[in-house]
Design a protein around this ligand. Structure first.
Ligand code: PRP
Ligand code: URA
Length: 210
């Protein structure tokens, strides 16, 4: 199967990504920029949403015009850091429902530990976008996608800010049908499985916990 990775290289996305990579960028600006990048990425990600023709009346005359065909969308942030991307996306897709999956990466084993799942009741019929700023080993993303599939989801995309090849390969090994959208494919992982050059611990930088 062809690997489905889409690098969203819009100049505004790349510019803002550079600012959040900088270690001197504080939590307020970091949060605001993750929010803005998420909006821009949502815009690119939804490029192929289906449209339908409807008849409306402008103040001048009747016309046939295009509207979204009403496909149901769900946003599923992986907590904690994925929460920082939600508002930016729902700004573009206000009717989307939001589910939550709580996972943390055990620092020793690097395995994803699930601690919370709350999803819209109709996920089977929704196009789901799993969001997390970081795709490192891929353990968290793969476990989140599996948690959705176990509950009946069939249409899933994954959106992150930065990824490494190892994480991309892990998702494609476990879930070959899932499209991955990222703003960058970074160099690799360090000995603690942090992304190089990356931007450090996404959750800590978003929430000021370090
Ligand atoms: C981070 C990040 C991803 C995960 C990526 O979360 O937000 O969820 O690590 O690493 P992986 O691809 O190797 O699984 P973390 O476990 O630090 O939890 P947090 O968001 O609560 O800080
Ligand atoms: N989780 C993070 O927050 N940052 C990384 O670089 C890797 C995993």
């Amino acid at each position: 199967m062809v690997k489905k990775v889409h690098v969203l290289d819009h100049p505004l996305i790349q510019h803002k990504l550079t600012i959040i990579r900088d270690k001197n960028t504080g939590p307020k600006e970091f949060r605001e920029l993750v929010d803005e990048i998420s909006t821009l990425m949502a815009y690119e990600l939804t490029r192929n949403l289906a449209l339908q023709v409807v008849t409306i009346e402008t103040p001048i005359k009747k016309m046939n015009a295009k509207k979204l065909s009403g496909k149901k969308i769900g946003i599923v942030p992986i907590m904690r850091a994925g929460l920082g991307m939600v508002n930016g996306i729902t700004r573009m897709i206000p009717v989307a429902k939001v589910g939550h999956i709580g996972l943390y990466r055990d620092p020793e084993t690097l395995k994803a530990i699930e601690y919370y799942v709350k999803l819209p009741t109709d996920i089977q019929g929704r196009e789901l976008i799993v969001v997390d700023p970081m795709l490192a080993t891929g353990g968290s993303a793969s476990a989140a996608i599996q948690a959705l599939k176990d509950r009946g989801a069939v249409n899933i995309k994954f959106l992150c800010l930065i990824a490494v090849q190892e994480g991309i390969d892990a998702i494609h090994k476990d879930h070959p049908e899932v499209d991955i959208f990222t703003a960058s494919i970074d160099q690799g992982l360090n000995d603690k499985s942090y992304i190089i050059p990356g931007f450090g611990d996404a959750g800590d930088r978003l929430f000021g916990t370090k």
